[in-house]
Design a protein around this ligand. Structure first.
Ligand code: HEC
Ligand code: HEC
Ligand code: HEC
Ligand code: HEC
Length: 120
């Protein structure tokens, strides 16, 4: 590489580094602040083409929170419908259809219904 090209590469490298260093780290929900390791949710197992920073699989959530059956017991007090024992989807809906992490959560059901939940 000649000198000029080398410098151009260096400058480009620095700019890239500055840009990535200044990118805001994604925020975690208050209840997940104690999780210090991104890989707890962004598991290597779930990576797509080597990138683990994709939507996590339910397995990661369930490793701490248990199964849909366990969760349905916890939300039984909400009455019907129980968001974790769904009329249409059973256990075949992903946690992240409703619970988001780096953005506000939303009750997926309310695309069509109007259930009053205080989702976190
Ligand atoms: C390393 C363990 C761990 C993993 C993995 C994890 N959580 Fe949690 N989560 C916690 C802890 C600890 C709390 C706070 C105590 C509690 O409420 O159980 C919490 C709280 C929550 C709450 C709020 C409970 C409430 O009403 O206070 C929701 C909702 C939740 N997690 C959903 C998820 C989802 C969805 C995923 C997967 C994307 C996930 N969690 C992955 C440990 C984990
Ligand atoms: C259809 C939407 C929906 C899906 C899918 C869903 N949840 Fe929930 N989740 C809720 C709602 C709604 C609440 C209760 C909010 C409230 O208290 O009003 C809740 C509450 C919780 C809580 C707090 C329970 C407590 O202690 O009171 C946890 C933890 C949780 N969800 C984890 C999960 C995990 C893990 C999955 C996937 C296995 C999942 N949820 C799938 C909607 C959903
Ligand atoms: C408690 C589980 C959890 C933890 C811990 C977590 N994430 Fe996430 N992450 C998610 C979920 C769920 C999504 C899907 C989009 C959303 O909910 O915001 C996501 C999406 C992402 C995305 C975007 C992927 C896409 O395709 O949109 C990036 C980037 C990301 N996370 C980075 C991080 C980094 C960096 C950390 C550590 C500082 C981290 N996450 C920790 C749950 C988690
Ligand atoms: C795409 C639109 C759509 C979504 C999303 C949706 N529903 Fe429904 N839901 C319907 C329609 C249409 C009906 C009436 C027909 C039927 O019973 O399947 C219905 C019926 C129901 C019923 C029976 C109501 C009754 O009076 O018998 C329950 C309970 C229910 N939904 C719960 C849920 C829950 C919980 C979710 C989220 C996990 C959800 N729905 C998501 C469209 C939807």
């Amino acid at each position: 590489m000649n000198r000029i090209l080398q410098n151009v590469a260096l400058v480009a490298g620095c700019l890239f580094f500055a840009a990535s260093a200044s990118a805001a780290a994604p925020t975690l929900k208050p209840h997940h602040q104690s999780i210090k390791d991104c890989a707890v949710c962004h598991t290597a197992e779930n990576a797509v083409a080597g990138n683990a920073f994709v939507v996590p699989s339910d397995k990661a959530c369930m490793s701490c929170h248990g199964s849909y059956k366990d969760l349905a017991k916890k939300t039984a007090n909400l009455g019907e419908p129980n968001p974790h024992a769904s009329h249409h989807y059973g256990e075949g809906i992903s946690c992240t259809a409703c619970h988001k992490e780096h953005q506000p959560s939303k009750v997926y059901c309310n695309e069509c219904h109007n259930f009053k939940y205080q989702i976190k």
